[in-house]
Design a binder for this molecule. Structure first.
Ligand code: ATP
Ligand code: MG
Length: 258
């Protein structure tokens, strides 16, 4: 895929205009989503839209409904109402298994690697459902190119890697499946700022160079604003604000929003 017509993280000011100017079909459209657990509703009236090559930040404090929203998109939580369209297809009530095959990937915030397998074995598991060996090899090259440390440590048991390195393995494993929509649940959690910086730069590159659509859930507003194109702020299960990253960065303070 051609690199998207997209500014780098260092100069992101025209990101939204660049995307509004073309008429690419959105990768994901969520309309009037209602979701929750058992009979308890915790997500209300959520509308979201993300295009190929775009990073959408979903910000909000603990319990605001961010994780429930992406769990419902992936198909591991029940949809109470509304609709979810992925790559032009209605996936409102499809299983997570179906959605992953169709190109969705989610990385939960908790540790998500097989600790007693090597780095390479973790990565290869990510492509286990891909029957095309050439594509598997290309994806492995892509992941190793993004995270050179994973080449150096290819035979190391993943559980003995640092937290940041393990997060790179989980991101790499997700990428091995050639997803078109990547949902990242608080990838910065518990990591040193320099590691977060590196991982976020990689996510921006994937959007720009691979056309990946990204939903980035974060409480780390400063780091997220460096790479996102647009931001949704959630509170008490609702989207209370939608802005371009530039508008958000230009606020004197965004703490009152949360
Ligand atoms: N398994 C569950 N069963 C019942 N209620 C749940 C469950 N998981 C989450 N909730 C509730 O749903 C609401 C939204 O939670 P959710 O995990 O979506 O928020 P979040 O924005 O991801 O928060 P955080 O930043 O802490 O991860 C909260 O009130 C939470 O207590
Ligand atoms: Mg969460």
């Amino acid at each position: 895929m051609e690199p998207a017509d997209h500014p780098s993280a260092a100069e992101p000011s025209t990101a939204v205009a660049a995307h509004n100017g073309d008429n690419r079909a959105p990768m994901l459209v969520v309309e009037d989503l209602q979701a929750g657990y058992g009979r308890k509703q915790v997500v209300f009236d959520v509308d979201l839209r993300v295009e190929s090559g775009e990073i959408l930040g979903i910000l909000g404090h603990n319990g605001s409904g961010k994780s429930t929203t992406i769990r419902t998109i992936l198909g591991i939580n029940k949809v109470f109402g509304g609709s979810i369209t992925f790559d032009g297809h209605d996936v409102t009530n499809t299983s997570s298994r179906h959605n992953v095959k169709a190109g969705m990937a989610m990385i939960p915030s908790e540790r998500f690697v097989f600790a007693d397998l090597t780095v390479d074995d973790n990565l290869l598991l990510g492509a286990a459902n891909d029957p095309d060996p050439d594509r598997r090899a290309r994806r492995l090259d892509l992941v190793r190119n993004l995270f050179p440390i994973l080449v150096e440590r290819s035979g190391q048991l993943t559980g003995t890697m640092s937290g940041g390195q393990q997060r790179m393995v989980s991101l790499g494993t997700a990428l091995m499946a050639s997803p078109t929509l990547l949902m990242l649940d608080e990838p910065s959690l518990g990591l040193a700022p320099a590691v977060v910086h590196q991982i976020f730069d990689t996510v921006r590159r994937l959007a720009d160079e691979e056309g990946l659509a990204v939903l980035l859930l974060e409480q780390n507003v400063g780091q997220a604003l460096r790479i996102v194109d647009r931001v949704y702020v959630m509170r008490s299960g609702r989207v209370i604000l939608e802005e371009s990253a530039e508008e958000m960065r230009n606020r004197d303070s965004y703490w009152e929003l949360f």
